[in-house]
Design a protein around this ligand. Structure first.
Ligand SMILES: CC(C)(COP(=O)(O)OP(=O)(O)OC[C@H]1O[C@@H](n2cnc3c(N)ncnc32)[C@H](O)[C@@H]1OP(=O)(O)O)[C@@H](O)C(=O)NCCC(=O)NCCS
Length: 169
């Protein structure tokens, strides 16, 4: 549980981010946030099928504001194999961004992978996704490669993807 105080002198509560293991019952919520976050959304069924795979783990975050109202704020899905893992997708509800939710989700994923003795965590990010790249750099991911023309955005020229890695051990 991670709290960020706003200094209201105890009149209002502290905003809180709670990160928990997600289950297939969360697939609809995850698909909704995914759909608001990416040009190509994934259906509930696609999310659920991914979550049912043995080596895939999912975390969900809830954000509770100073008035005590909680909402589903974000999720991360990651997959591990041998001593490596990859982030499959991570997203935060647009209304809950820039409050530390993405960071809390990624940090909890890294903690869990560390406990499983995973050595390296990889991810792939659209080279134009400044918000995500800033988050990953803050978490000490380093660029280790590029894939050109991987992300096509309609009529605009396809942009490259950045492959990033974070050592966990
Ligand atoms: C990328 C994403 C998950 C970040 O989630 P978030 O909850 O807003 O991120 P946080 O609040 O934890 O931000 C942590 C740090 O990342 C960086 N960051 C996050 N969003 C940023 C933005 N829009 N511009 C610049 N830096 C940003 C900042 O350094 C930030 O720290 P600060 O707020 O103290 O300056 C969110 O923007 C999102 O869901 N985007 C759409 C989906 C997506 O692109 N997913 C990644 C695919 S690879």
């Amino acid at each position: 549980m991670i709290g960020k105080g706003l200094g209201f002198g105890g009149v209002l509560g502290r905003p809180e981010i709670v990160v928990r293991t997600a289950s297939v019952e969360d697939a609809t919520m995850i698909a909704a946030i995914h759909g608001e976050s990416f040009a190509r959304g994934w259906s509930d069924g696609e999310i659920e099928a991914l979550m049912r795979q043995d080596n895939v783990a999912a975390l969900a975050a809830e954000y509770r504001n100073v008035f005590g109202h909680s909402n589903a704020a974000g999720f991360v899905l990651f997959r591990s194999a041998a001593d490596e893992a990859e982030i499959l997708t991570v997203a935060v509800n647009p209304a809950s961004r820039r409050r530390g939710v993405g960071r809390a989700l990624m940090e909890e994923a890294i903690r869990r992978l560390y406990a499983e003795r995973i050595g390296s965590l990889f991810l792939e990010v659209d080279g134009g996704n400044a918000a995500a790249i800033a988050l990953y750099e803050m978490l000490e991911f380093i660029p280790v490669g590029e894939r050109s023309g991987y992300y096509a955005h309609g009529a605009t020229p396809a942009r490259g993807a950045l492959v990033m890695r974070r050592d966990i051990r």
